[in-house]
Design a protein around this ligand. Sequence first.
Ligand SMILES: C[S@@+](CC[C@H](N)C(=O)[O-])C[C@H]1O[C@@H](n2cnc3c(N)ncnc32)[C@H](O)[C@@H]1O
Length: 438
Amino acid sequence: MVGSRIATVLDAFNGLTPDPSWAFLDLTQKQTRYATHGYHRYPAKFIPQLAARLMREYSHEGDLVIDPFMGSGTTLVEAKLLRRRSVGVDINPVAHLVAHAKTQAIEPARLAHAQNRLTERLIASAQPNLFEPPNTNLPVNAEWHERLRYWFSESTLRQLARIQHAINELENEDERVFFNCALSHTLKSVSYWHDRSVKPMRKLDKSIPDAFEVFLRHAKRMAQGNREFWNLLCERDALNIPALPYCTDARELPVADETAALVVTSPPYVTSYEYADLHQLSVLWFRWASDLRMFRERFIGRSNSVHGSSDEMNSPLAERITAQIMETNSRKAREVALYFAEMLACFREVRRVLRRGGYACIVIGNTHLCGVEVQNAQVFTEQLTALGFSIERVVLREIPSKILPRTRDKATGKFAKTHDADYVAYPTEYIVIARKQL
Ligand SMILES: C[S@@+](CC[C@H](N)C(=O)[O-])C[C@H]1O[C@@H](n2cnc3c(N)ncnc32)[C@H](O)[C@@H]1O
């Protein structure tokens, strides 16, 4: 019986061929970074046009759209442009800062004025000896300074402190959010972080550019994006459409029962990106966490978890996958089981907030761990069906190589450089479109 249920789900996926209309292969980088989409780098970002198409096909103006794994806020920006209200959630404070900055349009003349004031203050400011990050919840202690010195030179730290000081002096919150986002984006290029590495790796002989120049240049580019966003929203009479990003867990959405028409999201993958590690420069600078290990525990898809229960996955296929991995690597098998159990809890929350007849569009690729194919899309399909969703449609789409790394290390399952990777990771991905039953 269980075997035939697995076979039915797999058969439905096996017959799929890529739908070229969902690949967006003809889009240029400029088009995918239009308006505020180019504010900040973020791994595994949505193509904005993909999120927009899903919203056009599965919701109406005025509807409430949710993204429980909002990342950099692509869904929220597109929802606002399409006159849909939106709520986004992410456990990563960096995602929250970026989504907050990207969804607010600042009146361009006011932003230009703030930019001039900030530049003047930067040039004129005496060098403060104290760092002044905006979050004062955590103490500024010796350990914090030491970790900063691991990543930044003394002269860069002094420049960053002056930038932060000038930002903190701005009187309007939206301006501070805008420039903190620019500062967060600047950190990687002015640190010892190896530019070509997605992992936290130092390159001590890196030639470090001037932090003021990098920051001001990026803020200028962002201001052009803000102007484009502002103009589009004015044209569409959408300036006041709410787009609300929260820094919280996808299992606790700040949304009332049965109020959302649509969920558009791309969940994290199991043991691929360690978002907590990747964004550690911003987490460190803004003092969003003092203990990176505990901070990591809140992320779904983490490796080396010390907490969490994987009792319930509600998917025979997930059981089979974890049993296969267990044959060679019990730790990885536990991580995969925990991932599927935590994703099930997220889907329960999605069902709670969706109104009857509402749609959930989940964008997810399959991957490999320890030689076993981890069929995320098929497992999610089983889990959603068990929760009372009907599967309306599954789209197979090709992923342009610029958007996602294509290769993985076989042993760890983590993304790897092309030359030392074992195979292509996911040149295609699925869009699973499920409907909450009436
Ligand atoms: C694939 S990314 C989403 C990218 C997004 N679509 C975009 O366009 O930027 C997955 C996100 O899930 C977030 N995440 C991981 N665990 C989470 C949790 N427990 N609750 C909410 N978000 C979580 C990660 O921080 C990451 O930003």
